[in-house]
Ligand binder design. Structure first.
Ligand code: LMR
Length: 343
């Protein structure tokens, strides 16, 4: 079964992006007309009250304070400017200067090794993810983004994903025949198929509406995204499966990055480093807060899988690890496994 991708047809997208580039060009012109100032547009798809949203706002505040207002970071949350369909192209064309996509969204622009983070049950905890993202292997992954004229600036955690639908999803039999919204990752598509569901690739910003309309039956996300998107209003059950990780890479347009003076680049890099550190510190608590809010709101049935059910889930998705190894790259996977096991 194939995934369904709701992207705009190629030519409509190209025309739209040409429009975006023209707007970006004139915006850049305006910035050039005011040589003392610099504007960094940072677009992302989630709500402000999430780990990523709060880290982006912290970055904005740090840059503002340290540059005395000379460098303005303008954050566009909630896919208000660009969403999953067009944000990568917008960045490459210079219509925005920075993005913070989930790691699952780099595979389709030529970096399938990023999909290793999507492998179900690969990471026992976030500390093990960080052995990669905060180490030499993560840096190698970021460095490669230069091939697409992107600068990889750093990683940030959200946390572990859970399953939602209008029924509990605690073991493979519960997934039978369900259409599950996923991000555009082959690994996640294979995971859903291995569980017996049909993966449907949809932009994050379209997910709640698609769930409400019954276009899809369920989805997966950390609780902070589930709660802030109001997905609990359109899904009756959340199953705390913790089956896979969700994290981000903050990236910049290479031409823009190199156009900055060395001191500005240092100021911006330092501010981002601190903002990502902050984001990593609050990720867990934001997800816990969202779970508490969800419990208090009532109306959502929250389930915890039993050990035997987790064992069934793990077994069902085992073939994803071998089946997708070639796509991810066996060398990347070997290095990742060494980092996980070897610490
Ligand atoms: C998703 O599309 O489900 C997530 O990647 C959204 C995000 O950026 O957290």
């Amino acid at each position: 079964m194939g995934t369904i991708d709701t992207q705009l047809p190629g030519f409509r997208r190209r025309r739209m992006l040409q429009g975006l580039a023209a707007v970006a060009g004139s915006a850049a012109g305006l910035v050039r007309a005011a040589p003392a100032g610099l504007t960094i547009r940072l677009s992302h798809v989630v709500a402000e009250d999430t780990p990523k949203g709060l880290a982006a706002n912290r970055f904005q505040a740090l840059v503002d304070a340290r540059s005395g207002g000379r460098i303005a970071v303008v954050v566009y949350p909630d896919a208000r400017l660009y969403g999953d369909h067009d944000e990568m192209q917008a960045l490459q064309l210079g219509a925005v200067e920075m993005l913070a996509p989930s790691l699952s969204k780099f595979g389709r622009i030529g970096f399938p090794e990023f999909e290793l983070f999507d492998l179900p049950y690969l990471f026992p905890d976030v500390a093990n993810v960080r052995r990669i993202t905060q180490g030499a292997l993560g840096q190698r992954m970021l460095d490669r983004l230069g091939r697409q004229r992107l600068v990889g600036l750093g990683f940030m955690d959200n946390g572990f994903k859970h399953m939602s639908a209008n029924r509990p999803l605690l073991e493979p039999a519960h997934f039978e025949g369900l259409r599950m919204r996923i991000q555009a990752s082959r690994v996640i598509a294979a995971q859903m198929r291995a569980l017996g569901a049909r993966p449907v690739t949809l932009a994050f910003s379209e997910t709640r509406r698609a769930l409400a309309a019954g276009v899809v039956d369920g989805t997966e996300n950390p609780v902070s995204n589930f709660w802030t998107q109001g997905m609990h209003e359109v899904q009756t059950d959340l199953s705390l499966t913790q089956h896979a990780y969700l994290g981000y890479a903050f990236v910049a347009n290479q031409r823009f990055w190199e156009s900055m003076s060395a001191p500005d680049r240092t100021l911006v890099s330092e501010a981002l480093r601190e903002a990502l550190y902050f984001g990593n510190q609050i990720a867990d608590t934001q997800n816990d807060k969202a779970l508490t809010a969800l419990r208090e709101a009532g109306g959502t049935r929250i389930h915890v899988p039993a050990p035997a059910q987790i064992a069934l889930m793990r077994k069902a998705v085992e073939p994803v690890h071998t089946g997708l190894a070639r796509r991810i790259g066996t060398a990347w996977l070997d290095d990742a496994r060494k980092a996980i096991d070897g610490g």
